[in-house]
Ligand binder design. Structure first.
Ligand code: AOF
Ligand code: ZN
Length: 343
């Protein structure tokens, strides 16, 4: 079906904005006239023009627009944000036929863009390649639907199921190729989180060295402020949040955020992150923190790298969910298992 083909192209354009639009969604737009593409655009940069504006501006002969079909992967916005409303822009250019994958869950929009277009007499077809649209912006949709960031749990385990040595001594579990992949994952999420013991035992930098892209916000659990300030996570080279029971203080890239001792620590942290518009978090360990998320069933993906090594003793890796295996792959000498929760 031709409409599907044009929408696939719009999705392809949208994906070009990966890593530069967040926390905004990736959005693509295609303009066709008598079955021929005469304009294309995508949202390229957070704060920059939206996909529809770029696509319409790329059309050489704007007098054709009332006879065009416009394909946009997300409902055109209806609000004044960093840019004026796209719905008004399309109406002003005389667009009369519009196809979209998904409505915009952002409460500032949430159907109002479609309403405006319908009221102006534009034909609006909602739900073309809906699943593909949801997948493309899974972080953005999860964030708005569940009012919490998209959570990716990640760990590396040995073939016999250990995640670390018992004495906390650092040990490399997965190989070089897997390490590159993990750094790529770091560029894809807005934040990266570790627990106290991992920060202490591994002294991780939680930055991006093996790939190119954005470095995530670092999130560290340090309830009783036990971590020495000499650790890499305190080096202020990246925005860093330290969740703890005592201090509320902000100092350049280092912010201490006070939480209350209670059973709902995760909820307190996630709602603070939601307030900060952090739409996704990669949780890199250790076991205690991972188990918190697993037991509360607060996650969207689990990614496990299993190495051929045998450790024979140490800290046991968390147990896997019974279902939801989504993808497996071989990464150098390691195996990758991705579990997805469907909700
Ligand atoms: C669209 N087309 O290409 C995108 C949309 O601050 P602003 O003005 O950039 O608005 C950001 C919000 O607009 C974002 O949260 C989402 O709801 C919507 N994104 N809408 O019509 C686009 N990127
Ligand atoms: Zn817009």
């Amino acid at each position: 079906m031709a409409d599907e083909l044009y929408m696939r192209r719009a999705l392809e354009l949208a994906a070009l904005g990966a890593n530069t639009t967040r926390p905004n969604p990736m959005v693509g737009c295609v303009v066709t006239h008598k079955g021929k593409i005469i304009g294309e655009g995508w949202h390229q940069q957070y704060g920059g023009p939206h996909a529809e504006v770029n696509a319409i501006n790329s059309v050489a002969d704007k007098s054709l627009l009332p006879q065009c079909k416009v394909y946009v992967t997300l409902e055109p916005c209806s609000h004044y944000g960093k840019t004026p409303p796209c719905a008004d822009f399309l109406i002003a250019h005389g667009v009369r036929s519009l196809f979209i994958c998904n409505t915009d869950p952002n409460p500032l929009v949430a159907g109002r863009g479609i309403r405006k277009l319908l009221d102006a007499g534009c034909e609006v077809h909602v739900g073309l390649l809906e699943e593909e649209g949801l997948e493309l912006n899974k972080r953005f949709f999860t964030f708005h639907r569940h009012k919490r960031p998209y959570i990716v749990l990640k760990w590396a385990e040995t073939h016999d199921g250990y995640i670390a040595r018992a004495n906390g001594e650092p040990t490399a579990i997965s190989g070089l190729l897997a390490k590159k992949l993990v750094h790529k994952w770091r560029t894809q999420e807005q934040a990266i989180m570790v627990g106290t013991r991992t920060a202490l035992a591994d002294n991780p930098q939680l930055n991006v060295r093996e790939w190119s892209g954005n470095a995530p916000i670092r999130i560290v659990m340090d309830k009783d402020l036990r971590l020495p300030p000499t650790l890499h996570v305190f080096d202020k080279t990246q925005p860093t949040l330290i969740y703890n029971y005592e201090r509320q203080e902000s100092n350049l890239n280092l912010e201490y955020v006070k939480i209350t001792p209670a059973a709902n620590l995760l909820e307190q942290i996630l709602s603070d992150l939601t307030r900060r518009n952090v739409q996704s978090v990669l949780v890199e360990g250790g076991t205690i923190l991972l188990k918190y998320f697993l037991e509360a069933e607060i996650y969207d993906e689990i990614r496990i790298l299993r190495s051929p090594q045998q450790l024979q003793a140490g800290v046991k890796a968390p147990s896997l969910p019974l279902n939801g295996l989504f993808q497996t792959a071989t990464i150098g000498a390691d195996e990758l298992f991705i579990y997805r929760k469907f909700q």
